[in-house]
Design a protein around this ligand. Sequence first.
Ligand code: F6R
Length: 248
Amino acid sequence: MFFVFPSPDAIAEHLAQHLLELIRNKPDCRLGLATGSTMEPVYARLLQHKDACPDLSQLRTFNLDEYIGLPAKHPQSYHYYMCQHLFNHLGLDKTQINLPNGMCSNLEQECANYSATIAKAGGLDFQLLGVGTNGHIGFNEPGTPFDSLTHVIELSANTRLDNSRFFDSPKEMPTHAITMGIKDIMDAREVILVATGEHKAETMNLLYRSPADPAMPASVLKLHPNARIYLDPAAASRLPEEALYHVE
Ligand code: F6R
């Protein structure tokens, strides 16, 4: 399941083509999207191919997660990230995009509604994932049960440290988030996880060696019938050669 591409850009190009093909084949497809540094080249590549974009009017997107306490217009909210990196440029209507609302006064209800909306839409055709250095997918931190639906999570010290790089001061970094659950992710018909850079190499090594275990959330993908992991050479650098499939 580990595919190695020559560079992060090669992964981005491949994924952009894959997403376009998904939409061409199923104009009303439901895409599960991720944020973070890893996804920036992917969305940039997709926008480069904007002219080749099929009709997007029936597309619906569902993001994995959102910080609690950041309004949509906060530059570090995931809502803002998605508008800046993708939605504004594709001209998607508000009714087509879904992110958990981290400002909702009834968070429990918001979580239940989010999973229910995905299910009502017929489930996700495709889920794009990044991975935290501790193996989190979405914000499902180590220990999250595999049968979890959308829920509120307290971010681990590791995640707070990793993500505080985006904030002016570490104190501004939210302590909690809403995340799609592992079951929501696993219910997607196809999943691709992307990891790039030397700082993800040890995480990939642990993922390779781990059985499917909530202690390493990304390991749940070993139980998915249609999941792949896309790596650049740096992220793949600690994996044994026999585990890798090289993509030219
Ligand atoms: C973001 C998300 C997270 C990130 C992960 C990696 O929506 O769900 O799981 O994918 O924290 O982030 P980067 O890409 O910044 O290393």
